[in-house]
Design a protein around this ligand. Structure first.
Ligand code: HMG
Ligand code: MG
Length: 303
């Protein structure tokens, strides 16, 4: 099972308070010691659109790379590619969506325009390229998204030459049955498919288990501390927590190579900068706080 840690990118892009660059670097370095295969550490997007990640070059320059770990970043266009190349990203991710309205808000382009922007990026790339398809089940603006629309975007990205796809429940509202209906249509695929679940409705572990147990999906994106959310998907909360996913997989006898305690410790590095406690169940359990909806601080009430 492969875990792609996305907290430094998906998590920190969505935080209101500015996290100092040095703390981002310390967070990435702590995550590099958890055993995850890959860490998406930042985005080379427009600093006007996502000011939280405007220090992407400095983050890449400051980290200490753990041997064997892939350090990746989002790239929306050629300008982002220039920056990613200069920073030494091991892998890049282009990103588009199955819903036109989401794309308009998120990347100021239609799906077709976004694909055209990726063409020179993928042609130029000397590192592996992941392609994200957002809003694969629900869209924050268009509601339900048809699996055929997702398949259509996947096929175009495969034609462009992506090496891997990550299919995202951006809203975090999908149920296991909706995951089945999507996977029934989009699999098999010519490139490996990862799944990227947000956990707004608390369905993410159930969805991941449906995808793994019934369809053999073996790569999941997840986020230490359950950080995450897209600034252009209002109401969506964090990704499936790395520690909760790893706990569930380990309890089912699946080897992930990820050290749970190290993930919880890594999340603690960033917690003081969030203005709230980290949201993973395991993080709350490990600190002895009841998961009672008070953000993990505990109320003293019996549980
Ligand atoms: P635009 O404003 O249409 O871009 O933004 P433009 O090409 O017209 O350029 C406007 C200005 O931005 C120019 O500067 C460019 O140089 C600059 P000016 O000449 O005015 O000074 N610019 C850039 N600067 C730095 N780096 C760049 C870059 N590109 C242009 N790469 C754009 C279009 C795509 C750039 C913008 O909409 C953008 O950056 N969007 C990113 C939004 C984002 O990061 N969203 C969150 C990530 S996606 C996500 O979270 C979903 C995911 O987790 C999966 C899931 O859960 O669904 C992956
Ligand atoms: Mg996301």
């Amino acid at each position: 099972m492969k875990i792609v840690e996305v907290a430094p990118r998906d998590g920190l892009q969505n935080e209101k308070s500015a996290v100092p660059t040095a703390e981002k670097i310390a967070f990435v370095d702590a995550l590099g010691k958890t055993g995850v295969a890959e860490i998406e550490i930042t985005s080379f997007v427009s600093p006007r659109w996502v000011p939280q990640l405007s220090d992407a070059e400095d983050v890449f320059a400051g980290i200490t790379r753990s041997p064997g770990v892939v350090y990746s970043a989002l790239v929306p266009n050629e300008k982002g590619m220039d920056r990613a190349e200069a920073s030494g990203a091991d892998k890049i991710s282009v990103f588009t969506a199955a819903s036109q309205t989401f794309n308009r808000f998120n990347i100021n382009a239609t799906t077709e325009e976004s694909i055209e922007r990726f063409r020179p990026v993928i042609r130029r790339s000397t590192v592996p390229v992941r392609g994200y398809v957002s809003t694969a089940i629900w869209c924050p603006y268009e509601e339900r998204v048809a699996p055929r629309a997702v398949l259509d975007v996947m096929e175009r990205l495969v034609d462009l030459g992506v090496n891997e796809l990550s299919i995202a429940d951006t809203v975090g509202k999908a149920s296991p049955d909706e995951v089945r209906r999507l996977l029934d249509v989009i699999l098999p695929c010519d490139v490996p498919v990862a799944l990227h679940f947000h956990d707004t409705y608390g369905m993410a572990v159930a969805n991941a288990f449906t995808a793994w147990g019934e369809y053999g999906i073996d790569t999941f994106d997840s986020s230490a501390g359950a950080l995450g959310g897209c600034p252009y998907a209002t109401g969506a909360t964090g990704n499936i927590a790395t520690e909760d996913l790893v706990f569930a997989l380990t309890a089912s006898g699946v080897q992930t190579g990820v050290d749970l305690d190290a993930v919880v410790e890594a999340a603690k590095v960033i917690e003081p900068y969030l203005g709230r406690s980290i949201g993973s169940h395991l993080g709350m359990v490990k600190r002895g706080a009841p998961p009672d909806g008070d953000g993990g601080r505990g109320t003293g009430r019996p549980t």
